[in-house]
Design a protein around this ligand. Structure first.
Ligand SMILES: Nc1ncnc2c1ncn2[C@@H]1O[C@H](COP(=O)(O)OP(=O)(O)O)[C@@H](O)[C@H]1O
Ligand SMILES: O=C(O)C1=C[C@@H](OP(=O)(O)O)[C@@H](O)[C@H](O)C1
Ligand SMILES: [Mg+2]
Length: 203
């Protein structure tokens, strides 16, 4: 974040205004990227955060589906995961040129090294939810091709294990607690952003 030259010497009077406005003014239009395994709520929470911050909202999966006119399942079937990952990087490389966006990414965006160059244009938030909770949310879901597996819970666990070192490179790590609503998670992110920005400048 320091490379963006954020001016964090905000006047004390700003502390009197609401948390949302404070976070907006601290961010100075810098994009928020939500990362994390499937089902943690990136799309749901991202939309709420954007509304709270007065930011635009984009979901890389939705952009890919709109641009290609195909569902994520169709793309995995037709161009494979490798083809999908190329589309994902293309979309990310384009959207990172804009500002004032909250961007929900697909859970595998962290896999390609080149994507990190784009993600680091903004503040990266890792949403982390216990596998049991994710599984209960996605048990009936048919839109995630990687979970069309004989053992979807095992697949989730192994994907999470493989990707945790990558998700850990986020600027902010938010662990969802049992019973947290999407609104609770959005609020926790908003509350945590000032501390992570301050931490960065004190290095
Ligand atoms: N905090 C939450 N509590 C309950 N359900 C949630 C929560 N966050 C997301 N969901 C639900 O879980 C499912 C997956 O959420 P989604 O936003 O699509 O996750 P992701 O984009 O990370 O894959 C959706 O049905 C959504 O409504
Ligand atoms: O984890 C992954 O590799 C994927 C996650 C999905 O997005 P969500 O994380 O929004 O479910 C979607 O991009 C695709 O099915 C692949
Ligand atoms: Mg999503």
């Amino acid at each position: 974040m320091t490379q963006h030259g954020l001016n964090l010497s905000y006047p004390l009077t700003e502390l009197r205004i609401g948390a949302k406005q404070l976070v907006s003014s601290l961010l100075q239009g810098v994009n928020l990227y939500l990362i994390g395994i499937m089902g943690v709520g990136k799309t749901t929470v991202g939309r709420l955060l954007a509304k709270e911050l007065g930011y635009g909202f984009l979901d890389t999966d939705n952009v890919i589906a709109q641009v290609t006119g195909k569902s994520i399942n169709q793309l995995f079937a037709q161009v494979g995961e490798v083809g999908f990952r190329k589309l994902e990087s293309d979309v990310l490389s384009q959207v990172c040129a804009f500002t004032k966006l909250t961007i929900a990414t697909g859970g595998g965006i962290v896999l390609r090294q080149e994507n990190w160059g784009y993600l680091h244009h903004g503040l990266i938030v890792w949403l982390d939810t216990p596998v049991e909770i994710i599984y209960s949310r996605l048990a009936e879901d048919t839109t995630r091709p990687l979970l069309q597996d004989a053992d979807p819970k095992g697949k989730l666990r192994s994907l999470l294990e493989q990707r945790t070192p990558l998700y850990s490179q986020a600027d902010l790590h938010i662990t969802e607690r049992e019973g947290d609503t999407p609104e609770d998670v959005a609020k926790r992110i908003l509350e945590a952003i000032p501390s992570v920005l301050k931490k960065t400048v004190s290095h």
